[in-house]
Design a protein around this ligand. Structure first.
Ligand code: HEM
Ligand code: CU
Length: 556
């Protein structure tokens, strides 16, 4: 193992691979820049500072903006960033080039074509169906074709990773898969199972209906297909952040990965448990029997287990780092975690807010309490702690070493980047707290609240608070893009100023990790069996009772 680790330090990503990763980042960050712009607009609207009339010539409605916000941030930015980041973690983790770079290139450019194909109808206000595109709302067919191409493109990039892994495995029998590559592979496999839901939904219902080939859709079945994908989607966003928290952040903070075995076990459990939970998004759907909602609620609690493993292992790794840096006492190590490194600070803040996101998640998953917060602004309050912070702020932190590394630059404005992390953290606390409370007071989500005639006085201070949080987040987003642009547009730096790729060593030689934690078959079988048990009976029942009778609607 010592040998692999020294090798790891020597492997240099070839220039072509750096450029390929850079293309992913370019598209991902453009999506984030445009998508995030609407977040503050929505927050301001909630506060009564309505700026939509000003942008009306370009964007027709609050809902067109909200569609762009959800699709570009949650679907496009994440998918491009993740496939790009994994190109790095796969090749650098395995210390070799992609086995068939052309496969990954085909996948990537298919995603780009898909993005453009879906973006055109959204920008023309022909696909204002939000990022969940619930039937019987009907978008222009190009929207569905575009989304399909993005998903299939990401699958092809996944196949490229599998070929790369198989080639590595042949040359390295018996060696534990290096963790950052391992975590990336598990994530892609999970994603391929998960996206079968939307693939079937689009290809058998939404697209044929949009093309006029079938008279209508079955909204209940469509929702079931959607949430088959929609829940594990959140793990597709989160697991890459976990790859960094487990496998990279400890190194940046000055320590080691506390337990390679626990890290792998958590990843496997996420693979097995991510998909069969979707009905927890459908607690109020009349077409799903209560017993199945209950089964999915219980399985959702099971995910709490790998989440706790993650919290324990990541915190233990960080504690070790803090003590290595001279931290003393029960909590003294926390102050020694390289908080002045913006990449570290961003990821630590992301992790801290994720603790609250996790607690809120348990609330959402609890059948009866869910009825209180369902479809209220509590839900976006929650998801900005998870995808909006745990994921996005971690990815921002990652770009603070990744972009300099692949472009051969020095990070521009460390202080500014540090301010960016702090302002996201503070802005998000203010924003998300307001949204959670407003939700408990009954304010609906996906509603331009300033125009609602029913707003009671008790909502108003929280609506203002939402706007204040949104303003701080806007400042943070601007700081982020200034740092990114100034960094990538700067002159090439001396090699010593260009950050290395941080890979955390495990405290114990990974060769001592039990072999069953590096073997695919049992986990793949468990995943498939659990999906069949949790979804099989309901899919059979709903498909055999399917009625394609709801005509497509344009509600905008
Ligand atoms: C500047 C920071 C941001 C602000 C101020 C913000 C604000 C908001 C607000 C107020 C809503 C609720 C709209 C409504 O229910 O009517 C919302 C929804 C949403 N946001 Fe953000 N957001 C920000 C960044 C992000 C980021 C970075 C992501 C993900 C990467 C994200 C993902 C979402 C999603 C998925 C929704 C739900 C959309 C829907 O209901 O269809 N947001 N955002
Ligand atoms: Cu869920």
């Amino acid at each position: 193992m010592q040998a692999t680790q020294t090798l790891q330090a020597k492997y240099e990503l070839p220039a072509g691979d750096k450029r390929f990763i850079g293309w992913h980042m370019l598209f991902g960050l453009i999506a984030l820049a445009i998508g995030t712009l609407f977040g503050p607009l929505q927050a301001f609207e909630h506060a009564g500072w309505d700026l939509y009339p000003i942008i009306r010539p370009l964007f027709r409605s609050y809902y067109q903006g909200l569609t762009l916000h959800g699709v570009l941030n949650a679907l496009v930015y994440t998918t491009f960033f993740i496939t790009g980041f994994f190109t790095l973690t796969m090749t650098y983790g395995l210390q070799r080039r992609l086995r068939f770079p052309v496969v990954n290139k085909v996948g990537f450019w298919m995603m780009v074509v898909g993005l453009v194909t879906a973006a055109i109808p959204i920008l023309l206000d022909e696909a204002t169906v939000l990022y969940t595109f619930y039937a019987p709302m009907e978008a222009n067919w190009a929207f569905y074709v575009g989304l399909t191409l993005v998903v299939v493109g990401s699958w092809i990039e996944g196949f490229g990773f599998y070929f790369t892994y198989m080639a590595w495995r042949k040359q390295n029998p018996g060696i534990r898969t290096p963790f950052i590559a391992f975590g990336s592979l598990v994530t892609m496999v999970m994603w391929q199972f998960a996206t079968l839901g939307v693939a079937v939904e689009i290809l058998t219902m939404l697209l044929p209906a949009a093309l006029g080939l079938i008279p209508g859709t079955d909204p209940q079945l469509a929702r079931t297909y959607f949430w088959f994908t929609g829940h594990p989607l959140v793990y597709f966003w989160l697991l890459p952040a976990y790859v960094s928290w487990y496998g990279m952040l400890p190194k940046q903070a000055g320590g080691k990965l506390f337990s390679d075995s626990l890290a792998r076990l958590a990843m496997w459990l996420f693979l097995v448990l991510s998909v069969p939970l979707g009905f927890h998004h459908q607690f109020v759907d009349p077409g799903v029997p209560t017993a199945w909602k209950y089964v999915h609620a219980v399985l959702t609690y099971a995910v709490f287990f790998p989440s706790m493993i993650t919290a324990f292992t990541v915190i233990a790794s960080l504690e070790y780092a803090g003590r290595q840096n001279g931290g003393k006492g029960i909590l003294g190590w926390i102050t020694k975690l390289h908080w002045s490194d913006p990449s570290v600070a961003a990821q630590l803040f992301a992790g801290i807010l994720f603790l609250f996101g996790g607690i809120g998640g348990i609330t959402n998953a609890s059948y009866n309490i869910n009825l209180v917060i369902h479809n209220t602004v509590w839900v976006p309050g929650h998801l900005h702690l998870t995808v909006g912070t745990a994921v996005t702020l971690s990815f921002m932190g990652i770009t603070y070493w990744l972009l300099p590394h692949i472009t051969g630059r020095k990070l521009w404005g460390r202080k500014v980047a540090l301010w960016q992390a702090w302002t996201w953290f503070i802005g998000m606390i203010i924003f998300s707290n307001a949204m959670h409370v407003l939700g408990l007071l009954g304010a609906p989500r996906r509603t331009p609240l300033a125009q609602a005639p029913y707003v009671p006085a008790e909502w108003i201070p929280r609506q203002i608070q939402t706007g204040v949080g949104g303003a701080i987040l806007l400042v943070s987003a601007i700081l982020y893009f200034v740092v990114v642009l100034k960094t990538v547009l700067a002159k090439r730096a001396a090699p010593a100023d260009v950050p290395e790729i941080p890979v955390a060593e495990a405290m114990r030689d990974p060769q001592l990790t039990p072999a069953w934690l590096d073997r695919w078959a049992p986990w793949l079988v468990a995943t498939i069996v659990l999906i069949i048990i949790a979804y099989g009976p309901q899919l059979i029942a709903q498909i055999s009772g399917m009625q394609l009778t709801s005509p497509g609607m344009r509600v905008w």
